[in-house]
Ligand binder design. Structure first.
Ligand SMILES: Nc1ncnc2c1ncn2[C@@H]1O[C@H](COP(=O)(O)OP(=O)(O)OP(=O)(O)O)[C@@H](O)[C@H]1O
Length: 452
């Protein structure tokens, strides 16, 4: 589910591109939408106000969003839209700060897929895995706290949820609370803001009355004084009562520069375990496991291609496979995935810094986007003045920035013959020499096409 939150803006961007939305439609309908929660296969999206037309969004954008989400996750989610009032009534709620979804203690709200069974053990995470299992088997007794650290997308959350699932499966009455540190911080701030003792004691009662506390990405607590203070007391109470504490962070305590010493020493009381980037064999095993769990059947060579090229982040590794599956499913008759297709579809992921090849197609898309038209309109036979000039700019840029033959440019621009292309390009070339506005517009579009 993290992937949906993390990639939400890209998901919306995909809808915008695939449906050729004009800037105004995008700003009005899609941009204000926020992920409210992801529970099981239900993705709930918050529509900020009723004026935005919940019904209209539901009718027009539900399916496009579903398809784009499937493209990013490889999974089909039921999409539900809700208004802020409904969100308030709901138990699971999104933090207003970072579009973060909070997973409560109940088992149903933990990601059901993040268990020890689905976690692939390799040289990079063997120690963290064993430590997590030991803590899950004997909470409060094995290592307390357990401090897991590692880079982005390497499985810290997966291990934390696995521990919570395991403990709850052995003891369904255990009070297990998993929160992100941002959620914890928000709760502290909220309790302080309410300014009365009841709010604070409610907060304390909640956090000190549990058996297992898991705080994800604890590095975000650092530097926030009152949160550190509250966390310090929570930690002491729970630890003193032999309740299990599990923390995750992007770095070990000794490298957390602004961490108070009294907290640093407590973090080091138990066991510190790191997770490194997976080696090739582990990457292959993770991809194979995912294939098995999701019922995919992908060619060996394609799996090898992904494992060879996506190295440092498991979220991206899985994302690459999901993207390929989603593409093949959207093709008629679930087209088989080949290495060639993988090379093509995963270009942006594998070579993020590679400059895009400048082609007439790229130019036409960029010009259309710049003026807020659909590509189909730009290349149509329409001759209204608003569209004729952008079309001629596309002709000029195709001539200026590529070596493409006139015939090809003409074909792409609505089967126009070569004299029309020469005439259109010349017109813009002359205009640039005398008209500052045209010159600036053309320069801006050029920068969009080739930012380097
Ligand atoms: N060893 C593994 N076996 C199977 N899947 C894994 C493994 N490690 C990570 N994953 C998968 O990779 C994805 C990212 O993992 P996770 O969200 O746990 O990373 P994280 O370390 O918590 O990242 P962040 O620092 O962004 O919070 C998840 O879908 C998770 O299931």
């Amino acid at each position: 589910m993290e992937i949906i939150i993390e990639k939400w803006e890209e998901i919306l961007e995909t809808v915008r591109k695939e449906h050729e939305l004009t800037p105004i439609s995008f700003e009005t309908w899609l941009k204000p939408l926020k992920v409210h929660s992801v529970i099981g296969n239900e993705l709930t999206i918050l529509v900020p106000s009723e004026q935005m037309g919940l019904e209209y969004i539901n009718k027009k954008y539900k399916l496009p969003i579903k398809v784009a989400v499937a493209e990013f996750t490889g999974l089909t989610y039921e999409i539900v839209f809700i208004l802020p009032e409904q969100a308030k009534q709901s138990e699971v709620f999104a933090s207003p700060i970072k579009n973060e979804v909070v997973i409560n203690a109940e088992k149903g709200n933990l990601n059901p897929k993040y268990t020890f069974d689905t976690f692939v053990v390799g040289g990079n995470n063997r120690f963290a895995h064993s430590a997590s299992l030991a803590v899950a088997e004997s909470p409060g007794e094995a290592y307390n706290p357990l401090f897991l650290y590692g880079g982005v997308g390497l499985g810290k959350t997966h291990l934390m949820h696995s521990i919570a699932h395991f403990i709850l499966s052995k003891n369904p009455n255990a009070k297990v609370l998993y929160v992100t540190s941002e959620f914890f911080t928000n709760e502290v701030i909220e309790a302080i803001r309410n300014g009365n003792n009841t709010a604070m004691s409610k907060f304390r009662e909640k956090y000190r009355n549990i058996d297992v506390l898991l705080i994800d990405d604890v590095q975000f607590i650092i530097g926030k004084e009152s949160t550190q203070e509250e966390f310090f007391h929570t930690f002491n109470d729970l630890h003193g009562a032999k309740k299990q504490i599990i923390l995750s962070s992007d770095k070990p305590p000794k490298e957390m520069e602004t961490l108070e010493d009294r907290l640093r020493s407590r973090f080091e009381w138990g066991l510190i375990a790191d997770i490194q980037s997976p080696d090739y064999e582990t990457r292959m095993a993770i991809l194979r496991k995912k294939e098995e769990l999701d019922g995919y059947n992908v060619d060996d060579e394609v799996i090898q291609y992904i494992a060879t090229n996506v190295k440092s982040n498991i979220r991206e590794l899985e994302g690459a496979l999901n993207k390929l599956i989603a593409h093949s499913r959207l093709e008629p008759e679930n087209k088989e995935i080949t290495v060639k297709m993988a090379e093509n579809i995963l270009q942006d992921l594998i070579y993020p810094d590679k400059p895009k090849e400048i082609t007439p197609e790229l130019i036409i898309e960029t010009v259309a986007e710049h003026f807020g038209f659909k590509v189909s309109d730009l290349v149509s036979q329409k001759r209204n003045s608003e569209i004729v000039v952008p079309r001629q700019i596309a002709m000029y840029l195709c001539r200026d920035m590529t070596d493409a033959p006139l015939k090809k440019i003409g074909n792409l621009l609505g089967k126009r013959d070569h004299t029309t292309i020469i005439h259109g390009a010349d017109k813009i070339s002359k205009d640039i020499a005398v008209n500052e506005t045209t010159k600036n517009v053309v320069e801006t579009i050029k920068k969009k096409i080739n930012p380097n």
